[in-house]
Write a protein that binds this ligand. Structure first.
Ligand code: AGP
Length: 612
């Protein structure tokens, strides 16, 4: 939920720190600050508001020193003010700490520390750590690493912490528990950050850290130890994408860039997934044919947009593999005592791999004996590392808070899983799998076709800019699409939007329809049960009550009652979400632009919600 970066090396530290924070600002942006390792007394500057406020405060008198820590915040304890911004310091202003996560026992710590004479200035949980570390460092005769070890033993909650002290300013100490931290190994310089985007332009050589592992970093050394001080072998890896991938590439916003990257993201996620003899290749599932055939239930756990991908999974897996699928909101899952046993496959879906609600649900499922497969877009993130298997999507870095290309690739991933399970347990013939996979391969081109007609849609959207309520209707596999369209509009345009199953409208929500209420209806693809006709009736019902109706429909589909029809290419019914979602993403994007909102960093949100 916050962006964290640390640097030590030959550069003037403020440069890689500010650049790193800019790359991490999507993680939280209600205040920002840095601490520089000026010998004797740290240089501290921190400001409420966007990173630019901090940059404006850093004038030419910035000390030219070579180490430091930086933080961009999504407030949990204490509002977004200069005082509550990180870093937080001890009373000597010689030790600074930055933090991502929540310290659950900070109030009792604060009381103990105030009783010992420490003076607090902020409302944050983090400041308790600064004073605690200061005391512990003195007990360990200046050893900040040993102090961090004892501090971690005293803390409850989830956290990533970085600390620096003016007596040894070229040393940065970090630790992580349930919250992301990765080390960037440079030449004569080293980095720590919440994710690799912060330092990828300097190095692609990284080290992943395990729970409660402490890093002591200097320009020429990186030591990793556990809570007992024992050395831990570094798990090194090469970052697979480059800095340009994390740039806007000429688009006005990351979100628009990522919408247009969807054809490639889908194509990349599909590459090499069908063998010459028409077998879906998913070795990473690490499940034998017998284990797959013994599956009695699948439970999907996820949050937000990823949850909508999970809803699509239910339709696809039940249809192709005939295995019952439950879809659970991760933050609700573990509190209802779910029934889990070895015959249950848990599928966790998470773009960031750091969502705390999903992580805690995964832990609960594993503790109960379930096998966990994660679909994730971020290599080496926490949730995949704690799962039995991971299927990485290949969407590339998704910077905009509003998830777009990650969603489509998550849906592709659940299709591949459904096809694989159905093929192995005999519910699908090899020829059916071959034909369906061929249809999947057509999707990138079909998304391209939709994106070619995006300008008229953007103009149409602007005619709805004054509306403060928009309803979305879907049926069958279009229902998750309606929910996703509503979520996008909420998080980008800050207006009330709601998705409904079309059949539910008459059971109450239709009372919401007023003169001019915009309703966006996803017309089911040519479908048994005449669901398209039922949706056309829903359209007439809302139109009769004054609604302005936009319909998303396949080319050639019969439509009545719509003020506008947005056509999407024909595809098998189960694949419609991959196509029907795209116009809704563009609709929400344009509404945000027209309303002057911050598209890539919408208010109150963060890209990765690493608190429960
Ligand atoms: C989607 O647009 C939102 N940013 C949010 O709902 C997001 O999907 C959710 O927080 C889950 O994130 P994850 O996929 O990284 O776990």
């Amino acid at each position: 939920m916050c962006g964290i970066v640390g640097y030590t090396g030959p550069q003037s530290a403020s440069i890689p720190l500010i650049e790193g924070l800019r790359r991490l600002e999507y993680r939280g942006y209600d205040s920002a600050g840095i601490a520089l390792g000026t010998p004797g007394k740290l240089f501290i500057e921190k400001k409420a508001g966007k990173l630019s406020n901090l940059e404006n405060a850093l004038d030419a008198t910035l000390p030219n020193v070579h180490s430091g820590i930086g933080h961009t915040r999504w407030a949990t304890h204490g509002g977004p003010t200069d005082t509550n911004a990180h870093p937080h310091v001890d009373n000597d202003e010689k030790l600074a700490v930055i933090h991502n996560g929540i310290i659950e026992n900070y109030t009792e710590l604060r009381a103990q520390l105030e009783a010992k004479g420490h003076k607090f200035s902020s409302e944050t949980d983090t400041e308790s750590v600064a004073h605690l570390l200061s005391d512990l460092r003195k007990e360990h005769e200046g050893d900040l690493t040993a102090a961090m070890r004892d501090a971690v033993k005293a803390l409850r909650g989830s956290f990533t912490l970085l600390a620096i002290h003016a007596d040894k300013p070229d040393v940065v100490v970090g630790v992580r528990r349930n919250s992301p931290l990765v080390v960037g190994v440079g030449k004569g310089e080293n980095f720590m950050a919440s994710d690799v985007a912060a330092f990828i332009e300097y190095t692609k050589h990284a080290i992943e850290l395990g729970q409660d592992e402490i890093v002591t970093m200097t320009p020429t050394s990186i030591e990793i130890t556990d809570l007992e001080g024992k050395s831990v072998k570094a798990k090194e890896y090469e970052i697979s994408w480059d800095a340009s991938a994390a740039q806007k590439g000429g688009f006005a916003h990351f979100m628009l860039k990522e919408i247009f990257e969807q054809p490639k993201a889908v194509a990349d996620t599909l590459i090499g997934r069908l063998s010459d003899n028409n077998q879906i290749l998913l070795d990473e599932l690490h499940m034998s044919a017998d284990e797959i055939r013994s599956l009695k239930k699948i439970t999907v756990i996820a949050c937000g947009t990823a949850y909508h991908a999970g809803m699509v999974a239910k339709y696809a897996i039940e249809k192709w593999a005939k295995i019952p699928v439950d879809v659970e909101i991760a933050s609700e899952f573990r509190y209802r005592d779910p029934i889990i046993d070895p015959s249950t496959l848990i599928i966790a879906i998470s773009q960031s791999g750091e969502t705390m609600d999903t992580l805690m649900a995964v832990r609960h499922a594993k503790a109960a004996g379930g096998r966990v497969l994660t679909i994730c877009n971020t290599n080496s993130s926490t949730i995949p590392r704690e799962s039995d298997a991971v299927l990485y999507t290949h969407a590339g870095p998704e910077i905009a808070v509003a998830s777009t290309k990650a969603l489509l690739t998550q849906i592709i991933a659940v299709y591949l899983i459904g096809l694989h399970l159905g093929q192995v347990n005999g519910s699908l013939k090899d020829t059916e799998v071959r034909d369906l996979y061929k249809e999947l391969l057509e999707l990138p081109g079909k998304i391209e076709q939709i994106l070619e007609t995006v300008e008229p849609l953007r103009e149409l959207t602007r005619t709805f800019a004054h509306n403060n309520t928009v309803l979305f209707l879907g049926r069958n596999i279009g229902y998750p699409v309606a929910l996703e369209g509503a979520l996008k509009l909420k998080e980008l345009a800050y207006i009330h939007a709601e998705g409904f199953a079309g059949g539910e409208l008459k059971h109450g929500p239709i009372a919401l329809i007023d003169q001019g209420t915009p309703v966006i209806a996803i017309l089911p693809a040519g479908h048994e049960h005449s669901l398209d006709e039922k949706m056309l009736s829903n359209i007439q019902e809302v139109k009769a009550r004054g609604a302005r109706v936009i319909v998303i429909a396949e080319e050639g589909a019969h439509v009545e009652g719509a003020e506008h029809v947005i056509r999407i290419p024909v595809a098998p019914a189960l694949f419609q979400p991959v196509l029907a979602t795209v116009p809704l993403q563009v609709f929400a994007y344009e509404m945000a632009v027209v309303r002057g909102n911050d598209v890539d960093q919408p208010r109150n949100l963060a890209k990765s919600v690493t608190v429960e």
